[in-house]
Design a binder for this molecule. Structure first.
Ligand code: ATP
Ligand code: MG
Length: 173
């Protein structure tokens, strides 16, 4: 029987959206499946997962963001980066070369009006049958969660950061 890929959304204000997506990548890679990760709106810094990614076969990793989206001075630059990143996502999805594509922090593009949500809906509707797509980020638009197969809203009941504990290497980045 043909494989039917899933559309999965990890959203909410709690910790675990990106790491849960990467856990799924780990699982797929174990079977020799091909995985592509595209990270939106994140800086170029060293994150443990990026350092690890370069050592894994069958895993492709693209970083599309730079700087912070919250800096109003660079908003036009951010918009361009977001557009280029989404064009890459469209290319990767339609290539039909992957079993799993993770669009990390994609939810912020429509949230900050960098991209019309209909473009994401269309991307999901026209994906190859076998391809699974995981979208992460807070404030997932209802248009996206509506067509997803699986939606997890991770709630922050507590986070160490709020009690003044700094982000920790290997845990938060
Ligand atoms: P992770 O990458 O750890 O799975 P995430 O993808 O759920 O986190 P993001 O909003 O993408 O959450 O997180 C950006 C950074 O902030 C990460 O280092 C993450 O561990 C941390 N973080 C996540 N949730 C919270 C929170 N509620 N308060 C403070 N920091 C958080
Ligand atoms: Mg994240």
């Amino acid at each position: 029987m043909a494989i039917k890929g899933r559309i999965i959304v990890n959203t909410g204000d709690g910790k675990g959206k990106t790491t849960a997506a990467l856990g799924t990548a780990f699982r797929a890679l174990g079977y020799g499946m091909k995985v592509c990760v595209i990270q939106f709106l994140k800086g170029q810094g060293n994150f443990g997962e990026r350092l690890m990614a370069s050592k894994i076969d069958n895993l492709e990793w693209h970083i599309c963001g730079k700087g912070f989206v919250f800096n109003k001075e660079n908003i036009e630059e951010d918009r361009e980066v977001a557009k280029t990143g989404f064009a890459l996502a469209e290319e990767k999805v339609s290539s039909d070369k992957y079993d799993l594509i993770i669009l990390d922090e994609l939810t912020y593009l429509p949230h900050y009006n960098f991209l019309n949500v209909e473009k994401i809906v269309s991307l999901l509707q026209h994906k190859p049958e076998r391809l699974s797509i995981i979208i992460t980020g807070r404030n997932a638009a209802p248009e996206i969660t509506e067509i997803a197969d699986t939606v997890s809203v991770i709630k922050a009941e507590k986070h160490a950061f709020k009690s003044g504990i700094k982000a920790q290497k290997g845990i938060e980045f």
